[in-house]
Design a protein around this ligand. Sequence first.
Ligand SMILES: Nc1ncnc2c1ncn2[C@@H]1O[C@H](COP(=O)(O)OP(=O)(O)OP(=O)(O)O)[C@@H](O)[C@H]1O
Ligand SMILES: [Mg+2]
Length: 434
Amino acid sequence: MALRVWVNGRPVGSLDRHGRGTTFAYDRGVDPRDAVSLTMPVRTASYDSAYDLLPVFDTNLPEGILRDTIQRTLAKAHGHADPLDILRLTGRNQIGRIRVLQEDEQPARQASIRNMAELLEKRATRAFVNEIVERYALRSGVSGAMPKVLVETDPHADADDSGHSRRTILTSDYILKFDAEDYPGLSLNEFYSLEAAREGGNVTADARLNADGRMLSVSRFDGTDGNRLGFEDLASLNAKTSAEKYSGSIETALFKHLAEFSGYRKKENLEALYRLCVTNIAIRNGDAHLKNFALLFDDADRGPFKFSPAYDLVTTTAWIRSDMMALTFQGTKRWPKPEAVLQLGARAGLSKPRARNVIAEVGAGLRTVMPAMLDAFEAHGRPAIGQAVANAWNEGLTMSLGVEAGTATKLRKPSAGGDAEEDRSPPEPSPFGT
Ligand SMILES: Nc1ncnc2c1ncn2[C@@H]1O[C@H](COP(=O)(O)OP(=O)(O)OP(=O)(O)O)[C@@H](O)[C@H]1O
Ligand SMILES: [Mg+2]
């Protein structure tokens, strides 16, 4: 049965199977501002894909273990499970303004947690993470390989004594991301990578760490419910699905395509992209693939099309020493030399002095944040990983940016059990309502 596609509160078209692929057709009279993708303007003829989903509908499909789990659950219940079946499940609550619903369904919002501050006081024990994932995973249309869910705070949870809710408290929406066993200290790594990026002049997603540094709560930047912004990542803008997120070059897949879809914000967007690329190179983020860059917009027809705040920044070489870039640059995925980093500025229309200035600011950001980063890893019992992050940043600063290194403290002897996995503390009471 066909699924109905909505943009905020407005139905815009139907999505259905089509051979081994999918077909999407706009309803009559849809406003061009409500196009589902910048690559799919409103028109009468349908849009078809020969295999799987059209890229824009693939954007928020879960990946990794979460996807496998959903697939298994669906296949068990219905005998089959393809990407459209997964979208049927997660498409009613996902990043951006598109909702995919059943024929007779209306978009609805379900508040899920009482308040974020309370949640962040908890330790992210295995039982706690399992509980959250069990409760929210199936209704979380958010992509990515790492375990994560979408949660919404309840605006009525902060009711005052008289029972009236405080109207000034707006609902907020978050992505909760958890440490993965293979990457101890992942949340700390991402938090301080974002801090360093912000200090280096990038606009970044707003993130907070929980009490034991094993969970990150990232505030959603795609607006609030009923008035969500269009969110389109560079995979979708390159007409690629998540399976192809590591293919392409920084020059074409990022700079050329961002320029093409940026309208009159081309200059600002390319400069922001350049700063972010310099940052990713400096922090040795080997996971800066096509789904980790995006545009935000309200009017798909005329814009403005704004480069999204930086998100999902991680020093991957802290664990995978030989990790390389996710996309090619000058024909290779090897980390570039300073001259090449400077040359990349030309793709953003920056003169060499201006590009040098960006490089200097990014470098200063990393050096400023390095001591706090090292302290935090130490405080959370993971000094060796903190040291590995600092070493990676210093390699990026000196070998790729050609600027001064930061002060990385000497590796102290890890205490017994330091940097070891597993939390064996007793379970805490559940922070959830019903
Ligand atoms: N602050 C945010 N607001 C809105 N959407 C976001 C935000 N941060 C991330 N996203 C969306 O959620 C997706 C998954 O988030 P993220 O990239 O942080 O997860 P991940 O599992 O670490 O991804 P990866 O597979 O790249 O490692 C992103 O691709 C993007 O679509
Ligand atoms: Mg990501």
